[in-house]
Ligand binder design. Sequence first.
Ligand code: B16
Ligand code: MG
Length: 213
Amino acid sequence: MRAIKGLAFDLDGVIADSATLHFAAWKRLADELGIPFTAEDNEALKGVDRINSLRHILKLGQRDLPDDEIARLAARKNGFYVDAISTLTADALLPGAAALLDEAATRGLRIGLASASRNAPALLERLGVADAFEFIADPANHLPKPAPDLFLACARAFGLPPQAMIGFEDAPAGIEAIRAAGFRAVGIGETPLPRADIQFATLADIDLAALLG
Ligand code: B16
Ligand code: MG
């Protein structure tokens, strides 16, 4: 087996405790539109990019809207979300995130971010971990998950083959993206991710030496 030399992390639900903030922002928009939207409905949106998330909610409400109205609503949701993250601090890091990033850096691993969120750079700054990431894949320039593109961009940036990379994800769409990229897929969170190679409840449960071995 080829040695692992690089890690690519999802952000919301893996590094940052921000998935609940995305849900709250979508819920507020759905309420305004009179579309019933539950935490269970929200599971299908995890890791899904902004416009496709909104299209999913509109489908739940059997609404068909013109593209300019969809763009306006997506911007409105983003305003709610940007407000919500504007006051976050390192307290919003998920358990084990800071320690794992530190240990990975100490071991000389390359560290990239493969998030669908266009707010990722701002959120990393708020969390105080922006400097831990050598590369941030830009979702504006890549196909959304479950396409492998965001993860492959990390491998390419590091000049590493997919077999030398591990991806970390909390969402089914993200696990599919990691698999399609040819990385090893580590699932994070309590919700079962049967397509992951291995799953941990949080990053704090990972023994990095064992995972690399
Ligand atoms: P934005 P991840 C994803 O981030 C979130 O899981 C998903 O809920 C969100 O819709 C998507 O980012 C887009 O975020 O609206 O901020 O561009 O999990 O891929 O880090
Ligand atoms: Mg996620």
